[in-house]
Design a protein around this ligand. Structure first.
Ligand SMILES: [Zn+2]
Length: 194
């Protein structure tokens, strides 16, 4: 088993203020209260999630620490570099988004490291990596639900419905799921067969 990074919730009022000029310190404190359940989910489940990500990607964590910043601007998107979770919805779906971004991190770190040799990630373009990430997220949460009697896959299903633009994307997800048996081969091995 590879070493797992420490994933922790970082607080930055200034980060929020940069996006939301009217943002007040008191409002920040108040909103942080709402993040407590999310923080508890991270503490409770993140090692399980990190291990499953290793298992299904076949990659190892390169980072020792991954701070997670919260941005209270629901119109913005979450990003992996640096890891910023835009706060919207509720703690359960934010855990899903966090897992998604963590997979981006392990993929990118491995790309950097493997770049000089044969980079097994190159067969995937951006859209394709997004699709593969969705499959891994689903499997990780299926495992989590089974092992810990949680109900996070409900969130995944809620995310996977939707509008025309996303229909196209989930078609790609389904295509990949037909070709890649995630339980048989980690992502890295599967990509080497393409
Ligand atoms: Zn993504």
């Amino acid at each position: 088993m590879s070493d797992l990074p420490k994933v922790w919730l970082a607080h930055s009022y200034t980060l929020n203020k940069n996006f939301l000029p009217d943002f007040k310190q008191e409002e920040f404190e108040r909103k942080l209260e709402k993040v407590k359940i999310f923080s508890a989910y991270i503490d409770k489940h993140v090692d399980f999630i990190l291990e499953k990500i290793v298992h299904y990607t076949g990659l190892a964590w390169q980072s020792k620490e991954i701070p997670v910043y919260i941005l209270f601007d629901h119109e913005k998107r979450s990003i992996a570099f640096p890891l910023i979770i835009a706060w919207k919805g509720y703690p359960e779906d934010r855990l899903l988004v966090l897992t998604h971004e963590l997979i981006h991190i392990i993929l990118r770190d491995s790309q950097d490291n493997i770049f000089k040799q044969n980079n097994p990630m190159t067969p995937l373009n951006n859209k394709e990596s997004e699709a593969v990430i969705w499959l891994i997220v689903k499997q990780v949460f299926t495992d989590l639900d089974q092992a810990r009697k949680t109900k996070f896959t409900d969130e995944y299903d809620r995310f996977s419905q939707f509008d025309e633009a996303q229909k196209e994307f989930f078609k790609l997800v389904n295509d990949f799921s037909a070709k890649w048996d995630i339980k048989q081969k980690p992502l890295k091995e599967w990509l080497q067969t393409l």
